[in-house]
Design a protein. Sequence first.
Length: 251
Amino acid sequence: MHSSTLLLARHLGVVRNGKTLLEDVSFALARGEIMAVVGPSGSGKTTLLRTINYLTPLTAGQIDVAGINLRPGLCERRHARVLARLRRTVGMVFQHYHLFPHFTVIENLVEAPVRVKGLAAQEARQQACSSLERLGIGHLAHLYPHQLSGGEQQRVALLRALLMDPELLLLDEPTSALDAANSAEVAHLLWEFADRGRAVLLVSHQSQLVAKLAHRIAILERGKLVALGPTKDIYPYGPAGAYLQHQTVSS
C-alpha cells in the first residue's frame, strides 16, 4: 500500500442470506481525500461503509486501512483486538445517529474520548464545548437526544465521531436533515478534517453537496462499482449537471 494511501479495498464481496450485496468492488482512498459513493437505493452504499468498519463481514476480498488488514472470517470474539483497533482508527456516523438516549449532548461527546482515548475529562469537555459552539449549537449541551431536532442530532453525531480524531471517517447521509447553511458548515468541518491528512468516505443522495465537497465519486449499481473518477469527470457540469446525472443513475 502506497504511503499516502489510507484505505485500499480489493475485490470486495458480501453475500448475505444468499443475496449478493457487493461484488468485486476495488478502490483506494488517499490521505487528504474526500470520496463520495452514490447510486440508487439498494445498490450497496451503506453495506460498503459497514464492511469497511467490519460491522458487515466480508465474504471475499481484502481491506487494508491504516495498516489494519481485514479479510473474510474475522469475528468479534476471536479477533476482538484487531476490530477494536479498527474502530479506534475508523469513525462512522450512521444515518440514524445512534446517540446514547440516556446521556446529554455533552455526555455523548465526551464519553468515548475519555473512556477509549484516555483524554482528561476537563479537556474532553472543553473540546466538545468548542465544537458545539463552532456549529452554533452550544446551547444544546445539556439537553437529551429526544429533545433535539433531526438536524441537531445529526450534527451532534458528526461531532462525536470527529472528537475521536479517527484517521478515516465514514458518513452515511451526513447532511440529510440539514438546511443549506448548516450543510455548508459541516462541509467546512470535513474539508478541515481531510486537510489534516485524514480521509472521508461518504454516502449521499444530495448530488449538489457531492459535486461541491468530494474530490472523487464512486457510483454503485446492484453491488457493483460501475464508475469511479474525479468529480469533474463524473459530474462535468457542476451541481446542476450532478443533479441530472444522479437522476439518470438512480432511474
